[in-house]
Design a protein around this ligand. Structure first.
Ligand code: MN
Length: 312
């Protein structure tokens, strides 16, 4: 995914100190693909920038898969992209030579580190496309690392009388995703089999619940399809009610304790770093290698806002 939502006021907004719980409704963002498809974005939000290391949540579809996603070559730095589908399939190619087709219940994890370029194209023969793309901010120790791409088709899963769980990031109930992350993190898909689900949490982590299908309630708060419910650190369990037939993602992790600058598809630590990353892309630097791909175009970087970007 390429982030074409350039909002200086969002980039510069001071996050309000998060209350213990917060419900975030998605906003529509145009992806500028061939079809003009829109995505529902819940993170970053003016009042909530990260949940643990998770810093970006886009949900796309369900839409007709005919040209639903066609994202030409674009760069990333300092983050990991997590692609997780509910229907359809997407062809990923990148400057590492990766050539991967992802289907539902599989994980594509791209660690951008110092710099990577990728393309994403939905496969037309599938009827609908529905999925999420999530970004993870890399910690200082990994943000400038060699880029890496992982496709995991065998995601750990288990079922109890409450729900079916698939663990794509981190560890949950004794099962661990084989994908490599660089900070304390959790990413689990939950398909409800009952109207009440109680899930243990790491008490000093932040968590978010993103409803994919149906609706659920937490502490009397209704969370509808597409909405994100944020729970700050301090709970060792979450009770989810009215959950029958719902599907949601549970995301979590230790609060990001480093100020970051997130602009376009880059995460850095200063205005100067972002300027250098943008310049490297615009000038065709070897930081962002060219590669043969089925789309064959590149997305130019937008103009920087007329203000200094500040790490937050
Ligand atoms: Mn991308």
């Amino acid at each position: 995914m390429s982030n074409l939502e350039i909002e200086p006021d969002l980039a510069q907004s001071n996050p309000i100190s998060p209350t213990r719980q917060r419900l975030i409704a998605p906003r529509k963002v145009s992806l500028h693909t061939r079809s003009g498809a829109t995505v529902n974005r819940t993170l970053p939000h003016r009042e909530l920038r990260t949940i643990g290391p998770w810093c970006f949540i886009d949900q796309f579809g369900p839409v007709s898969n005919q040209n639903a996603m066609r994202v030409a070559a674009h760069p990333h730095t300092g983050l990991q992209t997590v692609t997780w589908l509910f229907s359809g399939s997407v062809h990923h190619q990148d400057s590492l030579g990766s050539n991967s087709l992802i289907k539902p219940n599989e994980l594509n994890l791209m660690t951008a580190g110092h710099g990577v370029v990728h393309t994403e194209l939905s496969i037309d023969s599938e009827s609908t496309l529905h999925g999420v793309q999530l970004w993870v901010a890399l910690p200082e120790t990994a943000r400038d690392s060699q880029p890496k791409f992982e496709h995991v088709s065998d995601i750990p899963s288990f079922e109890n009388d409450q729900a079916k769980f698939r663990i794509f990031a981190g560890a949950f109930a004794g099962q661990t995703s084989p994908a490599e992350f660089f900070s304390e993190i959790l990413g689990v898909q939950v398909e409800a089999l009952s109207s009440q689900i109680e899930i243990p949490l790491v008490a000093n982590w932040e968590h978010g619940l993103l409803v994919i299908n149906g609706s659920v309630s937490v502490a009397g708060q209704s969370i509808n399809e597409g909405e994100l419910f944020f729970l700050s650190a301090g709970s060792n369990t979450i009770k989810i009610e009215d959950s029958m037939n719902s599907r949601f993602l549970l995301l979590g992790g230790a609060a990001l304790n480093e100020p970051i600058v997130m602009w376009w598809n880059f995460i850095g630590r200063s205005h100067e770093e972002i300027v250098a990353m943008r310049e490297a892309w615009e000038t065709g630097s070897e930081r962002f290698p060219e590669f043969e791909n089925v789309i064959g175009e590149r997305i130019p970087a937008p103009q920087l806002p007329n203000i200094r970007l500040t790490a937050r």
